[in-house]
Design a protein around this ligand. Structure first.
Ligand code: SAM
Length: 284
């Protein structure tokens, strides 16, 4: 049997400045409606983790979760990050995409809410201005290049300062049973797992992708990149078409470290076009 070797993770996003991340505070769960014996699925889950090379390797490398390897794989293939960038990581918790947490500001809030998105944009424009005034650590050439990009941005009516927007958001699994099981009540596991109902996961992911894309359209500078998790289904083609309107190149990616039985995949959208924005009325 062929084995898959996880990437080493010397510094995840190490060269980038992760200035902002967002995470969603989960609503309290309701009381159980059905009673199921969870002991067998508990041990199945533990066995799967034990067999899972990426989960084991994440532990060895001190990463918060196996999800880290997905981003490392995508960066190795598409070269997403460069030193000194502003990277926004939406739905960051538990945080393996933002390790190490240097320079990270975290926000809690439901990103589907326009008010939360507006607060994030405001935060970014304030920190962007502060960076500009301070001059930053950019070389002369980088400063000149950025200045010319900014004048293009202003011509296009954007105040865009972000280099990369990442969205690994997925609607968390709402627990309705299994409250006596430590494995199932653990918030970490609910955060990292979906409902398992393909249509529901797909529909939820299309809403989150639409919110993330609108945010990318509002904040990404021309030339910037967008990575977005989605659950495959009937509507993802429409999302891809919207992405193609905003970015020069768009790829579908199923990283090796993403479980093969999961419908999870990623859109990698490279080089945001100047002077183009997504139309919020045209949501997926
Ligand atoms: C699979 S986890 C992300 C894992 C993360 N990339 C990591 O490496 O640790 C999915 C995340 O999406 C977040 N999320 C789900 N719905 C959200 C929403 N409406 N607004 C903001 N975040 C949301 C969850 O809270 C969770 O943090």
């Amino acid at each position: 049997m062929a084995t898959r070797s996880p990437f080493r993770a010397p510094s995840l996003l190490g060269s980038c400045q992760c200035q902002f991340t967002s995470s969603y505070r989960h609503a309290d769960t309701s009381t159980p409606r059905v009673s199921i014996r969870w002991s067998s699925s508990n041990s199945r889950w533990k066995q799967r983790q034990g067999r899972d090379m990426f989960a084991r390797e994440a532990k060895v490398q001190g990463l918060k979760s196996r999800a880290a390897f997905k981003l490392l794989e995508m960066d190795a293939k598409y070269r997403l990050f460069k030193p000194g960038q502003t990277v926004v990581d939406l739905g960051y918790a538990p945080g393996s995409w933002s390790q190490p947490p240097r320079g990270v500001a975290t926000f809690q809030g439901d990103f589907l809410s326009p008010r939360v998105r507006a607060l994030v944009r405001e935060f970014l424009s304030r920190t962007g201005r502060a960076d500009k005034e301070a001059g930053g650590t950019m070389s002369y050439i980088d400063r000149e290049r950025r200045a010319s990009e900014e004048s293009e941005e202003e011509e296009g009516g954007f105040s865009a300062t972000v280099d990369v927007v990442l969205s690994d958001m997925s609607a968390p699994w709402v627990q309705t049973s299994g409250f006596t099981s430590n494995t199932l009540t653990n918030p970490y596991h609910r955060l990292m797992n979906t409902s398992g109902v393909a249509f529901r996961d797909h529909a939820g992911s299309m809403d989150l992708c639409a919110a993330a894309l609108q945010f990318a359209s509002d904040t990404l500078r021309p030339g910037g990149h967008f990575v977005c998790k989605f659950y495959q289904g009937g509507e993802d083609k429409k999302l891809e078409t919207r992405l193609r309107g905003l970015f020069a190149r768009v790829f579908r990616e199923k990283p090796e470290s993403s479980r093969s039985e999961s419908k999870e995949a990623y859109f990698i959208a490279l080089k945001r076009r100047a002077g183009v924005a997504v139309d919020s009325g045209d949501a997926v």
